[in-house]
Design a protein around this ligand. Structure first.
Ligand SMILES: Nc1ncnc2c1ncn2[C@@H]1O[C@H](COP(=O)(O)OP(=O)(O)O)[C@@H](O)[C@H]1O
Ligand SMILES: [Mg+2]
Length: 246
């Protein structure tokens, strides 16, 4: 992947993977995100927010599945505000949507092959890494993805994004609807993906306690407006309440 320098200066620090500046987005005339500015470094950055806060809208915008109304998105120093989804996927933005994240009629292996169509690395090497991350998938590759449990299906979706060899992984409420056992396991897996593969993670969650446990920094989204990001350790209950506007 070419390491292109920014053609126009962007307000970014050297270590920023994603730089979001005055971002506005929404659906047609309905504006959902209001003037968001923050950056994601090589870290686990968690966005907390109630239902309807705009978390999915934000991740869909960052994955270029929704157009930017105004503001800009920088990726590793390059302005990608108006790039197409397949271009940013190729650059290294992996997106795991909250729902309908697998091709139900394809097998697990075929779903992973779809992800590998984007990455540049050898297929077998990526596949082995996905199996190391999600050992449960190794013996089930021939199964139809549509027949999997919620937890397994989430693993396949995440595995498919990892096959693209991403530099940043956008995870939309990855543990929503999962049984408590899977929730625990999934948070551990996310942490290990970040630490062992050097992949930045931008994660949205409603489960504040668990998400704060693995996060480096956290921002609260409330009615499309973002709080100032703080270190997860500094996110006290009082600060959370204030950010949630409770
Ligand atoms: N396809 C859509 N068309 C119009 N409004 C939408 C659409 N999807 C979501 N919204 C609205 O955008 C706001 C934020 O939704 P969403 O990003 O899904 O929030 P969250 O993921 O935090 O629950 C909500 O008010 C929701 O009703
Ligand atoms: Mg959502």
């Amino acid at each position: 992947m070419p390491e292109t320098a920014a053609e126009t200066p962007t307000p970014t620090t050297a270590e920023a993977v994603l730089t979001i500046s005055n971002l506005c987005s929404g659906y047609g005339s309905v504006q959902v995100l209001h003037d968001l500015s923050f950056e994601v470094r090589n870290e686990i950055f968690t966005i907390l927010g109630a239902n309807g806060a705009g978390k999915t809208t934000l991740l869909r915008t960052l994955a270029h599945l929704l157009p930017v109304t105004s503001g800009s998105i920088g990726f590793r120093g390059t302005d990608v505000t108006h790039a197409a989804a397949h271009e940013t996927a190729r650059l290294g933005v992996g997106y795991v949507p909250q729902e309908a994240a697998v091709f139900p009629d394809l097998t697990i292996l075929e779903n992973l092959q779809v992800g590998a169509m984007i990455g540049d690395r050898a297929f077998d090497e990526c596949l082995e890494e996905v199996f190391q991350t999600f050992p449960d998938l190794r013996s089930k590759t021939h199964l139809r993805a549509g027949n999997l449990s919620g937890g397994e299906s989430r693993m396949v979706a995440c595995g498919r994004a990892l096959m693209q060899d991403p530099k940043v992984l956008l995870l939309d409420e990855p543990t929503a609807g999962l049984s408590p056992l899977y929730v625990e396991q999934f948070f551990e897996t996310i942490e290990s993906i970040h630490r062992t593969r050097n992949v930045a993670v931008l994660l949205t969650e409603q489960n504040a306690t668990k998400a704060l446990g693995i996060a480096d920094r956290v921002m609260v989204l409330s009615l499309g407006e973002g709080s100032t990001p703080v270190d997860a350790a500094e996110m006290t209950k009082e600060r959370l309440k204030e950010a949630y506007k409770l």
